[in-house]
Design a protein around this ligand. Sequence first.
Ligand code: PHE
Length: 461
Amino acid sequence: MAELNTKPTKKREIFSTGLAVFFATLGSAVGLGNIWKFPYVVGSNGGGAFLLIYFICVIFVGIPVMVCELYIGRKTRNNAVGTFKKLKPGSAWKGIGGMGVVTAFLIMFFYSDVSGWVYSYVFKSITGQLNGVTPDIAKAVFEKTSSGLTLPILWQGIVFIVVAAILIAGVKNGIERITKTLLPILFILIIICNIRAFTLSGAGDGLKFLYSVDFTKVNGGVILAALGLAFFKLSLGMGTMITYGSYFTEDNNLLHTPLKVALSDIAVSLLAGMAIFPVVFTFKMEPSSGPGLLFTTIPLVFSKLPLGNLLLVFFFILTAIAATTAMISLVEVPVAYFSEEKGMKRTNAVIFTVIIMFVIGTLATLSVNPSSFVGNIQILGYGFFDLFDKVSSNILMPIGGLLTAIFIGYFIRKDDLKNELMNNGTLSNTVKFDLFYFIMRYISPILLIIVFLSGLGIIKL
Ligand code: PHE
């Protein structure tokens, strides 16, 4: 058995430079989470106080877990399941990787649906269908986009074709090339959108909402939402960072990259929030209006502006970029797993994975439509869309993160970990390593357990 588990894997590609590593990892982190989810989750959980808790989750849980995952991946250069087989042959730890593969599917089921809405908004903005809309029309367009029968599924299919094409091209020619080209464009576009939002009359109220801290709204559920968002945002607890870590260059500083990625990711989220909340307050909309927030606010920002339609095109293109670079990292988890563990050819693994994701993903899509049969099915009180979202973000990802931190903190020799994180002595990271080790071993797991139990109502904070 043991020899089987440690068999050398097929020749693998890796990213070519440190910059490519950074952009690919940031491309995974930056996604619909920043532009679509972050604003409405912040909006429905009370603004500034939530933000503060979110930062704490990123620093004390998110970054340490990311370091652990990248370590696991680069150390063994293997997929999310194979990596545990290599580190602890014959043990049950590979279950963490298996859970990650399942979570990647669950996330893609609904993520591809929202991405379909985004792709369709790119098309709508280019063809002028969003020109000069009013709040009511914006709402109606969104309802048609998200709850029709055929169109949402058609767009979801297009999303999968794009993702599959990039992944079939491979790690270097696909993932690396796309993220390196598109992310800088995303930054420029988002800054242009911010400049416009700041000149709206409600800009001050929007920013106040985002940054004023009111702790009366905070409870266990809010803290769990912040932790869930941190995991979702940083692509943690489900094998993506393990898989990308396995493509990292040998000389990458695994303590610095997570910090740089997390900070840049927060910057993008804040920029997105600062583009959206001024509109919400200028047009007296509901900050907690849920998943449609982005789609019903943004067309209004640019509605009455010279060149407004062009800016709108920019905005949805930037969102489509973010969604796509995140999806390729999600789908890569099962692709690497199927091709390395099950011996599938990469192209076949990609096609197999996206077909399953598409077929089951249509359930999420149809569940948004109240008049469809699927729209009336409830499991644990949620429709499919919310079920896939809640189970992955608030349960599976934090559990994956907790188990990963326990695995690294208590089952891997400290010297081995230190040696890898210091690149075999080429980096002088001792103080940073000690700090990381302490947080990862003691603070992250305890925080994760407390937040989890309180979110489930088992303990009261
Ligand atoms: N981080 C991505 C986002 O914010 C989502 C994601 C989750 C990507 C998990 C990969 C893995 O949109």
